[in-house]
Design a protein around this ligand. Structure first.
Ligand SMILES: Cc1nc2ccc(C(=O)NCC(C)C)cc2n2c(-c3cc(OC(C)(C)C)ccc3Cl)nnc12
Ligand SMILES: [Mg+2]
Ligand SMILES: [Zn+2]
Length: 347
């Protein structure tokens, strides 16, 4: 359901601190989740201006602002997969474009850069806080729509993105040439579908070999895998920030996972351990996720972009913090506390 975005809403978006007052805004250590939510649409606009998209594609500001506000409205109030996740993922895209000089060095064309930034902003639109497998289990409407092709949620996020573009007064891409418009939507499709965990595992080994063989910008296959890798890195970028941030994000993720587990119990189903607030061991599960999934992805990124080494180091630091916090979790477990209670109480 789309409440109208008022003219005043569109005008309000032009007020937020300039980046000059926030010198570390374009550093990897910056934590976008600390930006005031009411100022976030304005920061999206500023990032797009700074990346040169407005000038290169002659984007009309009021149409772009309306699009951003509708995208924000398209996100639900769930613990993790909400607008602040979308904003932080888009901020990482901004950091990658600037710090790796993706366009300047020919890894991305300006159009691919625009598609990357917009895909990050829109990649989880209308997420319900439940996983793809939950869609199948619960025979949700989305499963009936998309389960034959897989990536159920991601296909829905893509469809919501297109619908938002087609909403009256929101299609800021209309100023693109016909070819660029078609190409941009094609890129957005590939990029949003790349954020499905399942499809990530399918292409992970291929990404590893091509990074080791030497990334070749002239090969379309290489460009596709780099775009997928950059989407996954952006989606996981919370894990490259400091420990305080990582702990806060874990609380949000498990609030969402356990809410799904509670729902599955009500449906008479047995949730996976990591979805069960009584059984989950958060430090162990996070260590597994960081060491088996997260750090591997950022290591591939660092083979292509040496600057990304700081991101791998940040994840290593968080792994150490989860290791040392394990003892605290074990101690409280003996006193009958669940690991979620420890996570949210631990200061
Ligand atoms: C801190 C952190 N822990 C996680 C622990 C487990 C899982 C998980 O999905 N386990 C599989 C089960 C559910 C079938 C994901 C986690 N996770 C993600 C994440 C990444 C995603 O997809 C990409 C980006 C492609 C990996 C998609 C969705 C999510 Cl929530 N983001 N942060 C996290
Ligand atoms: Mg997603
Ligand atoms: Zn996401």
């Amino acid at each position: 359901y789309h409440m109208q975005v008022s003219r005043q809403d569109v005008l309000d978006v032009t007020m937020c601190p300039s980046q000059h007052e926030m010198p570390h805004f374009s550093k990897f250590s910056f934590t976008p989740r600390n930006i005031l939510l009411k100022e976030s649409p304005c920061f999206v606009l500023k990032m797009m201006q700074d990346l040169g998209f407005i000038d290169t594609f002659r984007i009309k500001q009021d149409i772009l602002v309306r699009f951003i506000l509708y995208v924000r409205k398209g996100y639900r109030d769930v613990p993790y997969h909400n607008w602040s996740h979308a904003f932080s993922v888009a901020h990482f895209a901004y950091l990658a474009l600037k710090n790796f000089e993706l366009v300047e060095k020919g890894y991305f064309t300006q159009l691919e850069a625009l598609a990357y930034f917009i895909s990050c902003l829109c990649h989880d639109i209308d997420h319900r806080g439940t996983t793809n497998s939950f869609q199948q289990q619960s025979n949700s409407v989305l499963a009936s729509l998309y389960s034959s092709e897989g990536s159920v949620m991601e296909r829905h996020h893509l469809s919501q993105t297109i619908c938002t573009l087609n909403t009256e007064g929101c299609n800021f891409l209309e100023s693109l040439s016909k070819d660029d418009y078609v190409k941009c939507l094609d890129l957005i499709k590939d990029m949003i579908l790349a954020t499905d965990l399942a499809s990530h595992y399918k292409i992970h080994s291929r990404q590893l070999t091509l990074a080791q063989e030497g990334y070749d910008k002239t090969q379309p296959e290489h460009r596709y895998y780099l775009a997928s890798l950059l989407m996954t890195c952006a989606d996981l970028s919370d894990q490259t920030k400091d420990w305080a941030e990582t702990k806060k994000v874990a609380q949000l993720i498990y609030a969402e996972f356990f809410a799904q587990g509670d729902l599955e119990k009500k449906m008479g189903k047995t949730p996976a351990n990591m979805m069960d607030r009584e059984k989950a061991s958060i430090p162990d599960h996070q260590l597994e996720f960081l060491t088996q999934c997260c750090i591997c992805i950022f290591r591939i990124l660092a083979t292509i972009f040496p600057h990304a080494k700081v991101l791998v180091d940040a994840i290593k630091q968080n792994i150490l913090c989860w290791e040392s916090s394990k003892r605290i979790f074990e101690k409280f477990k003996l006193e009958g506390k669940t690991s979620y209670e420890v996570l949210v109480s631990e200061e």
